[in-house]
Write a protein that binds this ligand. Structure first.
Ligand code: COA
Length: 261
């Protein structure tokens, strides 16, 4: 059974769960409560076998997430800020989430919001979305993984420019950089994102999990280690009933029905 949350909403649509960051009056800025609730909801969905794919989005039509709640920075000391950031937070919960997780970017995707999107596996943006790491304008730097994940996704030079200038990019520019997978008209955003999510949700949850693990290794290990681990994870698929089902269904010319076993 779902716990109740105040700043995030959870909507289950068959095998797909949609998490909505729900502080539209603050452009869905992430305060301590939102980050804790977001992480808790992901823990809940991690353990729920009926959920195979998760989508994260923001409430309203203006923002995905406009970053960390800047008001909370006002009285923080270096020590208190560090302690908060070292707790297992939302960025880590997204990054380590074992099921596919898609950012459905419906507006401002800035600072910590861009970092949440970067920690997701796939990013789908509305034409009205915008992207940036504007922390430099506050005299600080990205602290939710932006300095590490952004260069891995778009290359060091482009990441340098975004982070050092704090420039906000429109969705098409973000697409051209490889920051987002798709850009669609605002009224198509949910349709496109659900289409991708439902397509993934039909696959073997075990194979999806192992594929994610292998792909994430690509930017976190050297090539030899990554290739070695890929072989192990590939072989691990052979212990699943889903592998038998997938191969049998192909040979019998029918659609497979994966059970996640
Ligand atoms: N933290 C705290 N509050 C935020 C916020 C954030 N990151 N982003 C927006 N808000 C609040 C505003 O303070 C305002 O609150 P108020 O109505 O109580 O005054 C409300 O959300 C609406 O913001 P507003 O600026 O009026 O909306 P807008 O649509 O004109 O502009 C943004 C939206 C996102 C461009 C603008 O709010 C902004 O630049 N936000 C900060 C982005 C940022 O620097 N993020 C990185 C943080 S490390």
């Amino acid at each position: 059974m779902s716990q109740s949350y105040e700043t995030v909403l959870l909507d289950r649509r068959g095998r797909v769960a949609v998490i909505t960051i729900n502080r539209p009056e603050k452009r869905n800025a992430l305060n301590i409560q939102t980050r804790a609730e977001g992480a808790a909801i992901l823990d809940e969905l991690r353990a729920d076998d009926s959920v195979r794919v998760v989508i994260i989005t923001g409430a309203g039509d203006k923002a995905f997430i406009a970053g960390a709640d800047i008001a909370e920075f006002a009285d923080r000391t270096a020590i208190s800020q560090r302690e908060i950031m070292l707790e297992r937070g939302l960025f880590n919960a997204v990054d380590t989430f074992p099921k596919p997780i898609i950012a459905m970017v419906n507006g401002y995707c800035l600072g910590g919001g861009c970092e949440v999107a970067l920690a997701c596996d796939i990013r789908v943006a509305s034409e009205t979305a915008s992207f940036g790491q504007p922390e430099i304008n506050l005299g600080i730097i990205p602290g939710g993984g932006g300095t590490q994940r952004l260069p891995r996704l778009v290359g060091e030079g482009k990441a340098m420019e975004m982070i050092l200038t704090g420039e906000i990019l429109d969705a098409q520019t973000a697409f051209n950089l490889g920051l987002v997978n798709h850009v669609v008209p605002a009224d198509q955003l949910e349709i496109k994102t659900m289409e991708i999510a439902n397509r993934i949700a039909e696959k073997s949850p075990i194979a999806l999990r192992l594929a994610k693990e292998a792909i994430k290794l690509a930017s976190r290990s050297n090539l030899d280690e990554g290739l070695r681990r890929e072989v192990d994870l590939f072989a691990l698929c052979f212990s699943s009933a889903d592998k038998d089902e997938g191969v049998t269904a192909f040979l019998e010319k029918r659609k497979p029905e994966f059970k996640g076993k």
